[in-house]
Design a protein around this ligand. Structure first.
Ligand code: HEM
Ligand code: HEM
Length: 178
């Protein structure tokens, strides 16, 4: 398998980013679901929540790398054809946008907060004396946007597995998984 993408299939780097991030996103959504569904002071909720920030920031860095790699490979990637293909491009673009906006909204809020902010124990933003109000605005929608991303991903998986693999059997799943 080549490192770069080819018109027939995604290469090794794109696959590592796609499947590695898919596993990390699964863990991130499990953490968010526990935060939403379980009562406060529940030990499992706290354990699953303890990694939400560090994993969220890791995913933010990874999506930037993935975006740059995607742009470098854009002319070589498997082509999307027809109406379903156009819908797939729009769907992937929406997933990309939310993969950036969802963590960025919270990082911006943390940068403007009085609590300060650390990544893997390293202080990134020192606490501010006064909260910056405009930096908090987008983060009010962080959770909702996160759930929209989760729904898009569910639709994406259904399209890949049910539509492409089971109904059409057109080899689209195989260009990322085969
Ligand atoms: C791609 C990365 C991320 C995803 C998919 C994500 C997803 C979510 C979701 C779905 C919720 C709602 C949970 C609920 O309903 O109780 C949530 C809440 C939260 N997340 Fe994230 N998150 C990500 C990154 C981050 C980052 C980087 C931070 C911190 C810098 C963060 C901090 C929080 C906090 C404090 C809450 C609870 C308050 C709220 O709902 O806004 N998240 N996240
Ligand atoms: C079981 C889970 C998953 C399956 C079976 C799956 C399947 C696929 C397949 C077959 C492709 C290639 C589509 C094509 O060539 O048109 C693809 C691409 C893509 N997938 Fe997934 N996927 C899964 C999880 C995820 C997750 C969790 C995300 C993001 C949170 C994601 C985001 C993307 C994006 C943005 C692309 C476009 C190519 C790229 O830039 O990597 N996928 N997926």
């Amino acid at each position: 398998m080549t490192l770069s993408d080819t018109p027939a299939r995604y290469g090794l780097v794109s696959r590592l980013l796609h499947w590695g991030m898919a596993a990390l996103f699964a863990a991130q959504f499990v953490s968010a679901a526990a935060h939403w569904a379980l009562p406060r002071e529940n030990a499992l909720r706290e354990a699953l929540w303890s990694y939400h920030t560090d994993l969220g920031i890791t995913l933010f860095f990874l999506v930037l790398v993935r975006g740059v790699w995607g742009l470098m490979n854009i002319s070589k990637r498997p082509e999307q054809s027809g109406r379903i293909g156009t819908a797939a491009v729009a769907g992937h673009a929406a997933i990309y946008a939310l993969m950036v906006i969802v963590p960025a909204s919270r990082i911006l809020a943390a940068a403007g907060s009085t609590r300060g902010f650390s990544y893997l124990g390293i202080e990134i933003f020192a606490p501010r004396a006064v909260e910056v109000a405009w930096m908090q605005v987008a983060s009010e929608w962080h959770g909702e946007m996160g759930w929209v991303l989760a729904l898009l991903v569910l639709g994406h998986i259904a399209m890949a597995v049910i539509w492409h693999r089971i109904v059409r059997q057109d080899g689209v799943l195989e260009r990322m998984a085969g």
